[in-house]
Design a protein around this ligand. Structure first.
Ligand SMILES: [Zn+2]
Ligand SMILES: [Zn+2]
Length: 344
């Protein structure tokens, strides 16, 4: 059996203790006729991995078993294809989202919402994750990446990018719709750009000046510092722009969600793309709260197309695969401008 290097998590622990260990494990091999084998060229470091690795989400079954190899924003070169593969050929570049596979026959899958499938397999929650040198995937859950895209650019599109795209779509964008984006990190900085592609008026909110500057540079019409003092924050927003038509929340903090709901005018829409408690909600204001989760393979193809055509900027910082613990520590300490990417 061929071998590969991987950053293996055997026990959940704080990232300061370097819980990921560089280990030589069996290389994945094509086992079914519809699978492709990727030699991984880049894998993004998602904020959700911090929680998974540190054990914050063990009570909701993440990771489902140990040991595991994290990583779910994977781009690589196809080096082998199964006998029934029709979508790809050897030499193509392809990427994988957190949705490694779904059943392809339940009502969600048949409706094109395979990411809601009850029997899905999540990339990086089993032994198949992107913090490694190779991975296999069913061809229906991989997306072609043009050779003009660098792997470290494309990798973050496969979770951060598709999350940002789907959240903007969920906000029902149209010309001059006033959309507020709460949280400008790895996901939010792309959402600003997707909303500008739709000609929305975009206002970015963040606690850090650095992220506000990034949002402005990427086309946000305004960028306002998020304040814990909700009344003061809302007064500033109302004075400068009035209430929003829609808000998108990427920052996983209940105060942010609560403030986002209050920032939207009556009848408006709030899209929540993160986890958190249900905030207080007044039915008589006729607001709509909508959740969103990654997206389908068809959505992913749209993300690649838009990013290619519109030159969407993806801010990355690369690390060698074996430095995954350092990347996670930097992410935890807010020292990553947007997205850390591991290069095997
Ligand atoms: Zn992710
Ligand atoms: Zn299904």
């Amino acid at each position: 059996m061929e071998k590969m290097r991987a950053m293996v998590l055997s026990e959940c622990a704080k990232v300061e203790t370097n819980p990921l260990k560089l280990t030589t494990i069996d290389r994945h091999e094509i086992k079914r006729p519809n699978e492709i084998l990727l030699k991984i060229e880049a894998c993004g470091v998602c904020h959700s991995q911090l929680h998974g690795i540190e054990g914050d989400w063990q009570d909701i079954g993440i990771p489902p078993s140990l040991p595991t190899v994290p990583g779910h924003e994977v781009v690589g070169k196809i080096i082998e294809i199964g006998t029934a593969v029709t979508k790809f050929k050897v030499g193509d570049m392809a990427g994988i989202t957190p949705l490694l596979e779904a059943c392809q026959k339940c009502p969600y899958c048949l409706d094109g919402k395979e990411y809601l499938c009850e029997s899905s397999i999540i990339t990086g929650e089993s032994f198949k994750g992107g913090y490694a040198e190779f991975i296999t995937v069913h061809e229906n859950f991989a997306t072609l990446v043009p050779h003009t895209m660098k792997a470290e650019y494309a990798a973050p599109l496969f979770c951060a990018g598709i999350t940002a795209y789907k959240a903007v779509k969920a906000a029902e964008p149209k010309q001059h719709k006033k959309i507020g984006i709460f949280g400008i990190g790895g996901v939010g900085h792309m959402a600003v750009q997707f909303a500008k592609v739709e000609n929305c008026d975009v206002i970015a909110f963040s606690r850090t000046q650095n992220h506000l500057d990034v949002a402005k540079r990427l086309g946000a019409d305004d960028a306002i510092k998020f304040l814990e003092n909700q009344e003061e924050f809302l007064d500033i927003l109302k004075e400068k722009h009035g209430l929003l038509d829609a808000a998108i929340v990427f920052a996983p903090a209940d105060i942010v969600t609560d403030t986002a709901i209050k920032s939207v005018k009556k009848g408006g829409l709030i899209v929540i793309a993160t986890v958190g408690e249900n905030p207080s909600f007044l039915a008589f204001e006729e607001k709509t709260i909508r959740g969103t989760l990654i997206g389908s393979t068809a959505d992913m193809e749209q993300v690649i197309k838009i990013c290619n055509e519109k030159n969407i900027e993806v801010i990355t910082q690369t690390f060698p695969l074996e430095n995954a613990n350092d990347a996670l520590k930097k992410l935890k300490n807010s020292e990553i401008e947007a997205r850390a990417v591991l290069i095997p």
